[in-house]
Every structure is written in structure tokens, then in C-alpha cells.
Design a protein around this ligand. Structure first.
Ligand code: ZN
Length: 138
């Protein structure tokens, strides 16, 4: 039942991605590949008064990689750089099975991916790209 709901959330983001599109000349622009699955993601962000006023992505690949990117744009919008880094860290921590997001967050749907280790990179791709774009560690 829960798994079905999670699949629905992922497919909803995959079919109707939030904040999809290019941001030409963005402050943050980073492209990453996941050769294991063939996923590709480019993330973009602009900051104003320290906060991310625009967060977008473009990409292609499996439903997990694209849905995760879509969820990430929603999560990081309005955050400053430090908060964005913290959210990325928190998500990466969830993807190694240590921290949980409340069931009410779409991101919780990606928790199920942990059971498929070869797909974890799909889920973290956009987040790794954003972190690299911020100039942080991967
Ligand atoms: Zn993938």
C-alpha cells in the first residue's frame, strides 16, 4: 500500500516535473551524468539577497533520477546556500538509510530506493550536481 503510494508520487514528478527548464546564465549551473543508468541532469539556480529565487533542472533518464531532481528544486527554492547544503546532506543521509523525512514530504517516496543499491545514484544525481554547483564537496 505504502509502496504503491510512493510509486505514484515518483511517477507524478516524473510525468509533471516541477521547475523544469533551462536558466541561461544562471549563477549555479552544473551538469552530471550517471553512467550506470544513463541519467543526465543539469541544475540551475539564481540567488537574490542570499536566497535561491530560481531553481531549475533539465535532464533525461529514469523516473527516479528525474523525479528526485523535480523534488529537489521544490525543496531548495527559497533556501540560502548554507541551508541548501544542509538539505542536500540530509537527503544524502536518508539515502544511506539513516535519517527519515516525514511521510508527508514527497521526498520520503525516494526512501524505498535504498532497497535497490544500484539505483541510489539515480536518486542522488541532481543533489550531487547542485552541491558541486555550490562549490561544495561531492
Ligand atoms: Zn537512473
Amino acid at each position: 500500500m505504502m509502496r504503491e503510494l510512493y510509486t505514484q508520487i515518483i511517477m507524478d514528478h516524473y510525468r509533471s516535473p516541477r521547475n523544469r527548464g533551462e536558466l541561461a546564465g544562471a549563477e549555479v549551473e552544473e551538469h552530471l551524468l550517471n553512467p550506470l543508468c544513463g541519467d543526465e541532469i543539469t541544475v540551475y539556480a539564481n540567488f537574490q539577497d542570499g536566497k535561491a529565487t530560481e531553481v531549475k533542472f533539465e535532464g533525461r533518464g529514469c523516473s527516479i533520477s528525474q523525479a528526485s531532481a523535480s523534488m529537489m528544486t521544490e525543496k531548495l527554492l527559497g533556501k540560502n546556500r548554507e541551508e541548501a547544503e544542509a538539505e542536500i546532506e540530509r537527503f544524502k543521509t536518508m539515502m544511506v538509510g539513516e535519517e527519515k523525512f516525514p511521510e508527508t514530504e514527497d521526498l520520503a517516496a525516494l526512501r524505498g530506493v535504498i532497497q535497490y543499491p544500484s539505483r541510489i545514484k539515480c536518486a542522488t544525481l541532481a543533489w550531487d550536481a547542485f552541491r558541486r554547483g555550490l562549490g561544495g564537496k561531492e
